[in-house]
Design a protein around this ligand. Sequence first.
Ligand SMILES: [Zn+2]
Length: 67
Amino acid sequence: MIEYKSSFKTVYVNPRGTSSECPVCGDKLKHQAWGISKCETCSVDYDRDRLASLAITLRGLRLCGYP
Ligand SMILES: [Zn+2]
């Protein structure tokens, strides 16, 4: 369905752990409230859904050869 709907090439990534890993330092995040992930190392709170979207994008870019 994704390939059918998209006019771009589709890259599939493993979504496992995308809302549990800090995109800055890579540490495991804590989920103290619904929908919010906190990195204690960076002292930053993330919206869990947006964080997962960002992590999936970064994984896709890495598969395409971007750092
Ligand atoms: Zn962090």
